[in-house]
Design a protein around this ligand. Structure first.
Ligand SMILES: Cc1cc2nc3c(=O)[nH]c(=O)nc-3n(C[C@H](O)[C@H](O)[C@H](O)COP(=O)(O)OP(=O)(O)OC[C@H]3O[C@@H](n4cnc5c(N)ncnc54)[C@H](O)[C@@H]3O)c2cc1C
Length: 457
């Protein structure tokens, strides 16, 4: 294949234009999973909206598909003929009143810090290193504010975007409303988002964190959690993860190399009320480590304690429509002390509450009414992938009586990035409407290195 001449593009843009082998190329392509290095033909390290417009027009004129990466937590490997636009330098963050504005490459930590200056909080996820745009456009499921306010996508007010024709557009309830509907749920399918504006909420603090139980008590903890979740008010959000932790020195002693069940909990009220709510879980088994307490909202990472540095890993996801005693029994059989589960963690997040309510301006988030999201993480190199993938399939097969197809898009993983996987995750009605928007704004499927909505449907 003849390579397009990038000299003119390099003159037009402020940011670097890189090809394989150029200094900085590997760093610009790096993502969260080193197993899947990105190897595009050209990278444009965008520094401005104009850089994005030039890069998209260059791709259009040279019939190149475009991949977009902010942090590389979920981007799907672009083919070698692609042009990759990185947005990480578009990292402006500002707060005006109760609304935040974030550039197309900003991370949650920046918004958390800026919002906290006014005693406000965003609907951020468990890991502040995650990108604001990818998370918010994929739904965005917060471990603190989620059940009270719903998805992050439900509170997005304005999206600035460069579409496949190279035009800069503004999508909001009043401007290009169908694009606005599709963007909030359809992630990166419709162009390069250069900035996003969304609501903040008056929560400077929360009460919660992590409570670890011995893995030997998996059954008691999961059974208690199943009964406890339906009793919680919307001010409380929780998840639970069965973990086989590596012997990493950065972990506190009782967790290093340990088999544990990690309860996550956050409550938006008084400490005494939060502790009253927690009592049934504290009674489920003796804790090995108790990190629950009152925390500033900026400490949101202390609930899940997610890995922060890139690691070679496997991930898998599913949704559960029900958590019966039989579901818990199957989970214990497949992940508990008597299993040979090779995964680092298998997590269940409880949704419900405001997650189930349509927002004031409806959007394409397809997972309303799904009560539980299941996510699995396995750490290991390429050799370990088949074993971990096969074990995850065993878990999903075992849970088949209770799984449901629709998924929260932020938890779609690389193995879901097939036409059938994407259609199932959105359901036919949302998928077909997204495909119609795709035909209108990206008929050549320029933006296809994602959980792709194909224009043909
Ligand atoms: C440790 C960890 C914890 C997580 N916790 C949560 C959680 O609590 N709740 C939750 O809902 N999700 C969570 N996620 C999932 C996360 O929200 C998604 O993976 C999200 O898409 C990541 O966005 P990113 O920008 O960081 O990654 P990227 O890989 O850079 O982007 C992800 C997707 O968004 C697209 N994209 C990114 N930026 C732009 C842009 N400016 N314009 C157009 N498209 C763009 C990309 O093309 C890609 O399709 C977590 C992920 C990790 C790794």
């Amino acid at each position: 294949m003849t390579q397009p001449n990038t000299a003119e593009l390099a003159r037009a843009v402020q940011g670097a234009v890189l090809r394989p082998g150029d200094p900085g190329y590997a760093e610009e392509c790096a993502g969260f999973n080193p197993i899947h290095p990105l190897t595009p033909a050209i990278v444009v390290a965008a520094e401005s909206v104009d850089d994005v417009r030039h890069a998209v027009r260059f791709a259009r004129d040279n019939s190149m598909p475009v991949a977009v990466k902010a942090t590389g937590h979920q981007v799907v490997d672009p083919a070698a003929e692609a042009l990759l636009i990185t947005t990480r330098r578009l990292d402006e963050v500002s707060v005006a009143g109760r609304v935040a504005r974030a550039g197309g490459g900003a991370r949650w930590q920046q918004v958390l810090d800026e919002a906290a200056k006014s005693g406000l909080a965003p609907i951020a996820g468990s890991a502040p290193s995650v990108g604001v745009v990818g998370y918010s456009l994929g739904g965005g499921l917060s471990p603190v504010l989620g059940r009270k306010y719903g998805y992050a996508a439900d509170h997005v007010r304005r999206i600035e975007i460069v579409t496949a024709d190279g035009e800069f557009r503004v999508a909001s309830a009043d401007s290009e409303p169908e694009l606005f509907w599709a963007l909030r749920g359809g992630i990166g399918n419709f162009g390069v988002v250069t900035a996003i504006e969304f609501d903040l909420f008056p929560h400077p603090r929360f009460y919660g964190g992590a409570l670890y139980f011995p893995g030997a008590d998996t059954e008691a903890v999961l059974r208690a959690w199943r009964e406890w979740v339906p009793t919680l008010p919307e001010e409380a959000t929780t998840s639970v993860m069965v973990q086989r932790l590596p012997p990493m020195p950065e972990l506190p002693e009782p967790l290093r190399g340990a088999f544990v069940v990690h309860l996550r909990f956050a409550h938006l009220g008084e400490a005494a009320e939060a502790e009253r709510l927690l009592a049934p879980m504290r009674a489920a088994a003796p804790a090995v480590l108790d990190l629950i307490g009152e925390k500033p909202f900026t400490s949101i990472a202390e609930i899940h304690l997610d890995p922060t540095d890139p690691i070679p890993h496997f991930s898998g996801g599913a949704s559960l429509g029900e958590l019966s005693t039989a579901t818990v029994g199957k989970l214990v059989e497949l992940t508990g002390p008597d299993s040979d589960c090779p995964l680092l963690g298998v997590e269940l997040r409880a949704l419900g509450g405001a997650f189930d309510r349509e927002p004031a301006v409806p959007n394409a988030v397809p997972s309303r009414g799904v009560p539980f999201a299941l996510y699995a993480l396995g750490v290991g190199g390429p050799d370990a992938m088949p074993t971990m993938g096969a074990y995850f399939d065993r878990i999903v097969d075992g849970l088949r009586p209770w799984t449901t197809a629709r998924r929260t898009p932020t938890f779609l993983v690389e193995r879901d990035a097939t036409p059938a996987g994407v259609r199932a995750a959105y359901g036919d009605a949302v998928h077909d409407r997204l495909a119609a928007v795709k035909r209108a704004y990206d008929p050549a499927n320029t933006f296809r290195f994602n959980h792709n909505i194909q224009p043909a449907g």
